[in-house]
Ligand binder design. Structure first.
Ligand code: NAP
Length: 465
């Protein structure tokens, strides 16, 4: 029998568990630890609330979670409630699938001013992550600046631009919906330090900006490279460029080419190149390319951003010396993430992830997903990653498999002596039921945003006694 501990119940964790079941069938027991009482990590607190079709992948993880050989162990912080070495003593292999939940810093003066957020905090806020429920962004100014040209920047821009009605069917939490409905934002500037050919936005996500009810995307035609240069791009980037080129053409109404108006956001890029024009919209979404932030301005709170114009030298953004100010009341840096450190686990400072060679950290300790390779790729990228790490563990354990470690019974004994109040999958299902029951009309759920309230649902008898 092999005993495997996976730390982190997001996509990388559940795909690894799925791979372990496939590889070892009945000859494996998998425990999936999470510091949160609720599973699914990024699916719950990272994927945008209006992207419900992406969130539905959690149903696949549920199949794995409900296997007799897999157990969820929620509300346990590895590194605090139990050490890595204790886990390694209990399990044949420990796989860190902890993702990259911390914001990378801009490293600019003024970055710590009030109303400057990293995307982990801001996305966590609108997605009901307990750690960020209280950040209280202020939307009273008419301009927001978003830094970064990736999909997270697009998520944030879209969420800021949507009207209350456009959140129908989403699971955006009540505190965020109400704050956004009262927002005064009329201009959203998306800063890219490089150019259109260097964005990491995918066409499906970019195309969604063309169908917003009250916001219009704008690109300065002067920023676009000559059309002929798009030929050297891959198919996805060519579609992305199609959208950016369409955003650069103005005049008319965006509704004229908004498909049938009933799109659920699952754009396949089919409208690439359509002319997007929208003079009457309330909100402008402005792509500012070749624009590197140099300082966040303000005294008691953010009042603007100092930007330096750039040009490309060998693909890198180099400042031209020309600077300008964008007055703004909120700044959200969407520039990537870092893995959280765990005591006694070697860390790669540069990469912001665990130091590893093909997922191996040290004997019996592995990492997978963003904790292994950094914050790149889609949710699906984690599946082959999970299968690859299981193959490596299999090779390391050898044909006899387990090393006689105690696995879950050993953990339960330790949890009892230490008073660790862990949450099982069936107990998460009680939280889930309560969230679904609390949903406002048309929404799939209203998430609990306080850990205590989640635990009260999971362990009602403990709370009542
Ligand atoms: P990303 O794609 O790596 O984009 C980060 C952006 O930040 C880049 O444009 C980068 O510019 C810029 N940047 C980095 N440091 C900067 C600095 N100091 N100053 C100015 N700009 C800076 O990362 P992400 O948007 O956080 O997304 C993470 C992953 O999640 C990606 O793989 C993404 O596709 C995925 N994701 C997918 C979806 C979806 O499929 N719907 C949604 C959200 C996220 P340079 O290129 O110049 O470095």
């Amino acid at each position: 029998m092999r005993h495997i501990a996976i730390v982190g119940s997001g996509p990388a964790g559940y795909y690894t568990a799925e791979a372990a079941l496939k590889q070892w069938k009945d000859d494996v027991r998998v425990d999936i630890f999470d510091s949160s009482p609720v599973p699914f990590g990024l699916i719950r607190t990272g994927v945008a609330p209006d992207h419900q079709s992406i969130k539905s992948v959690a149903r696949r993880y549920e199949t794995t979670a409900l296997s007799d050989n897999v157990h969820f162990v929620g509300n346990v912080m590895v590194g605090r409630d139990i050490s890595i070495d204790e886990l390694r003593d209990l399990y044949d292999a420990v796989v860190l699938a902890t993702g990259a939940p911390n914001d990378r810093k801009l490293g600019l003066p003024g970055e710590d001013l009030p109303n400057v957020f990293g995307s982990a905090a801001f996305v966590g806020w609108y997605n009901g992550h307990p750690q960020f429920a209280e950040i209280h962004p202020d939307f009273s100014h008419d301009t927001a600046v978003i830094v970064g040209n990736g999909n997270v920047a697009l998520d944030v821009a879209r969420i800021l631009a949507k009207s209350g009605e456009e959140f129908e069917g989403s699971d955006i939490v009540a505190h965020a919906l109400s704050a956004l409905e009262g927002a005064h934002i009329r201009r959203i500037v998306i800063l890219g330090r490089r150019g259109p050919h260097q964005v990491t936005m995918t066409p499906k996500e970019l195309g969604e900006l063309a169908r917003l009810a009250r916001a219009c995307p704008r690109v300065d035609p002067a920023d676009l490279p000559p059309l002929a240069q798009d030929a050297a791009l891959d198919a996805g980037m060519r579609k992305t460029m199609g959208h950016l080129r369409s955003f650069a053409m103005a005049g008319g109404s965006a509704n004229d080419n908004a498909d049938d108006g009933a799109d659920d956001g699952a754009d396949d890029g089919a409208d690439e190149g359509a002319t997007i024009v929208c003079p009457d919209r309330d909100i402008v979404l402005e792509f500012d390319f070749f624009a590197a932030p140099r300082a966040i301005l303000g005294t008691d709170r953010v009042e603007g951003v100092e930007v330096e114009r750039t040009h490309l030298v060998d693909g890198k953004a180099v400042g031209t010396g020309e600077t300008y100010h964008i007055p703004a009341g909120i700044v959200i840096a969407c520039i990537g993430y870092q893995t959280s450190r765990i005591p006694d686990v070697p860390y790669d400072e540069q990469g912001g992830r665990f130091a590893n060679v093909e997922g191996r950290i040290k004997p019996g300790l592995y990492c997978v997903g963003w904790a292994r390779r950094g914050p790149t790729g889609t949710i699906g990228t984690n599946r082959p990653d999970g299968f690859a790490i299981v193959e490596r563990i299999d090779a390391d354990l050898g044909p006899t498999g387990g090393t006689g470690k105690p696995g879950r019974p050993g953990f339960e004994a330790l949890a009892e002596t230490r008073g660790i109040d862990f949450v099982k999958f069936t107990e998460w299902q009680k939280i889930d039921e309560a969230e679904v029951a609390n949903a406002r009309h048309g929404a799939p759920r209203e998430k609990f945003v306080e850990v205590d309230r989640m635990i009260a649902k999971a362990h009602p008898s403990v709370q009542d006694s």
